[in-house]
Design a protein around this ligand. Sequence first.
Ligand SMILES: Cc1cc2nc3c(=O)[nH]c(=O)nc-3n(C[C@H](O)[C@H](O)[C@H](O)COP(=O)(O)OP(=O)(O)OC[C@H]3O[C@@H](n4cnc5c(N)ncnc54)[C@H](O)[C@@H]3O)c2cc1C
Length: 408
Amino acid sequence: MVSHPFTNATSGEDFPRLLARVRAFLREEVFPLERDFLSKPFRELLPALREKRERVKAVGLWAPQIPREYGGLGLGLVEFARVSEELGQTPVGHYLFNCQAPDAGNMEVLMAHATDEQKERYLWPLLRGEVRSCFSMTEPEHPGSNPTWMSTTATLDGDDYVINGHKWFTSSADGAAFAIVMAVTDPEASSPYRRASQIIVPTDTAGFRLVRNVSVMGHEGSDYASHAEVRYEDCRVPRRNLLGQEGHGFQIAQERLGPGRIQHCMRWVGISERAFDMMCDYAARRQLAPGVPLGSRQTVQEWIAESRAEISAARLLVMQTATRIESEGAAAAREDISLIKFFVAGILQKVLDRAIQTHGALGLTDDTVLAYWFRHERAARIYDGPDEVHKAVVARGVLRGYGVDISI
Ligand SMILES: Cc1cc2nc3c(=O)[nH]c(=O)nc-3n(C[C@H](O)[C@H](O)[C@H](O)COP(=O)(O)OP(=O)(O)OC[C@H]3O[C@@H](n4cnc5c(N)ncnc54)[C@H](O)[C@@H]3O)c2cc1C
């Protein structure tokens, strides 16, 4: 195992000890759930997962990323990044610790922008793990990579907003208590960044229609492990459900996505570490002939060496970015965030592919977690901004240093 060069800065408990407790809990109490996770419909697993969430609370590891005054462990971004890597080593890790997307992002947004009444009604139940939520921005008819362009509208009618629109990939909408919806409130605003607002919509509001859980890579999924198509049809909510100021939807979305991308990247480092461990273990155990381990082949050694270097580099880059966000804020780290987003997603896919190849046919089965991740994490190069958009952000930043300002 590779040691981490970063030390505890803010948490009450000695951080290495806390990290060791997280690691041990996952290995002893969560890894054994994976067989059921891979072989049963998600809904059947939910009672066991809910029980395990109570265990996480009981052992004092609940909501590590949440400030103490909101009932979490109060870890800073750098510390949480390391916890996130551990949680990423198993598919249900983040959910069990109440730091899974999209709830984690919604909690952050609600902590920063909700009124006291909104906090009472929406944030606290989320923090306690009593409800789930979703974030509804992307539309099938418009490019998600340009979220300033959307058709969903929220029109004021007396003291209500009336929302009409069509969304998809609203992750975890199935069974969620509420959605945070991006909708255009001022189509005439001169800046496209000031046209939309974020509005809280309880999912039992008349006019909120979950059309289907979209089948992704052969799986419809359910509950928090799903991506819904949703229609808002004259969906009326009180004006007090506006989150933050009118016209600030895009700004709030940007605030959420910076740290959110760090969390995804660290989760991907965790997945890569686990796949790497499985690859090495199999290369050592699998015999090509009596006394000839698979790991004796140079090709496999190359995969091991390259994966080791790439995962370690990815971790360092992510930690460097997290450190910068902590000291200078997410806006200053915008290009760093874009860099790790495409870089780590690419490493993840390479490492998973090599691990599957090393396992041969076994790698394609659901007897290991590799195939699940291979299917599930292809999306890493698309959600929260496709690779190409993030590469453009990085390249333009570099070219600015050469006196060229490309804004299109
Ligand atoms: C698993 C998953 C979960 C998601 N969860 C949510 C969620 O909870 N809530 C939500 O609102 N959305 C969610 N999304 C949507 C996601 O944010 C969008 O898919 C993403 O922003 C890309 O938008 P798009 O799919 O419309 O692709 P488009 O914007 O149509 O882009 C298509 C392709 O064009 C290329 N491209 C786009 N822009 C450029 C550019 N500027 N330069 C060069 N090439 C470019 C890229 O290759 C891109 O893949 C999720 C998506 C996935 C896959």
